[in-house]
Each structure stands twice: as structure tokens, then as C-alpha cells.
Design a protein around this ligand. Structure first.
Ligand code: AMP
Length: 140
């Protein structure tokens, strides 16, 4: 069952600065940071600053901003990781695969023939995440 936006979700806490993240990019409307349980090296999440649960309730203007940032990150991550391609994912509601209920897009730089890690995934080392965030920032 779909409920409304819950302010206690982990990405709302990141937006409020209550928990840390490995920031890649920020502007007035969006934030991009490293996924702490990456499916591939360079796995980045892009979120709007508005309180949107997922793609089903996000105001179109905020969605435009988050897609524009997703494209920016996809281009930079592909370059930073010398990737052959990029996978962009978005899951809405539990049945759609969503686990964190603040709208987010996943950007995965992909090497030809490389598989994504299966769920559940381990936490990545913070030093490695910081280095990956820096690599993508440098390519922005
Ligand atoms: P989903 O809701 O299924 O699209 O995926 C949520 C994603 O958030 C997963 O890939 C998690 O690894 C990731 N995640 C959960 N908590 C954090 C966190 N504190 N910082 C960064 N990524 C997170």
C-alpha cells in the first residue's frame, strides 16, 4: 500500500545533514552522492530536494531538475570510470523494488560484460567511496 512522504527516511536525513554522505554534486534543487552499497564502482544516487516519495508523486518541475542532474552525473561517471555505458534505474514503491522512500535515480557506470553485484550487497569502504566521489566530481 502507498503511504505519503515519511520525513524519517534516510535520504531526508542526508538532506537535513543529520547523517553524512559522500557528496558528488549539489545545486538548489538536487543532490548526488555515492550509494553506500554499490552495485558497481561509481554507483551514484541523485535525489530532488523536494519531499517526493518516488516518481509517482514528484512535481514535474522537480523531476525535470533531477533528470537533468542524473544526465550530468551519468556523463561524468562514464568519463571518470572509463566506462563503456551507463545504466540509469528508478524504483517506485516496494513492489517496484524501492527500499528508500525518497525519490532517487541510480547511475551505474558499466563496463562491457561486467555484471552488477546481486542483492544484498555489502557496505563499501568509506575511503573507496570518497575516492570514487572525487573522481566523478573531477569529471563534472
Ligand atoms: P532503492 O530504494 O531500491 O532504489 O535503493 C535504495 C538504495 O539506497 C540502495 O542502493 C542502497 O544501497 C542505498 N542506500 C541506503 N542507505 C544509504 C545511505 N545512507 N547512503 C547512500 N546510499 C544508501
Amino acid at each position: 500500500m502507498t503511504t505519503g512522504y515519511d520525513d524519517t527516511n534516510v535520504f531526508a536525513k542526508i538532506l537535513r545533514g543529520e547523517i553524512p554522505c559522500h557528496k558528488v554534486y549539489e545545486d538548489d534543487h538536487t543532490l548526488a552522492f555515492m550509494d553506500i552499497m554499490p552495485a558497481v564502482d561509481g554507483h551514484t544516487l541523485i535525489i530532488p530536494k523536494v519531499k517526493a516519495r518516488n516518481i509517482l508523486d514528484c512535481p514535474p518541475e522537480a523531476l525535470k531538475a533531477v533528470i537533468a542532474t542524473t544526465q550530468k552525473i551519468a556523463i561524468a561517471a562514464k568519463q571518470a570510470f572509463l566506462a563503456d555505458g551507463v545504466t540509469v534505474q528508478q524504483f517506485s514503491e516496494a513492489a517496484g523494488g524501492q527500499e528508500v522512500f525518497h525519490l532517487h535515480f541510480h547511475v551505474l557506470p558499466r563496463q562491457m560484460g561486467e555484471h552488477v553485484k546481486p542483492l544484498p550487497r555489502p557496505f563499501a569502504d568509506h575511503g573507496i567511496l570518497a575516492a570514487h566521489a572525487e573522481k566523478i566530481r573531477a569529471a563534472l
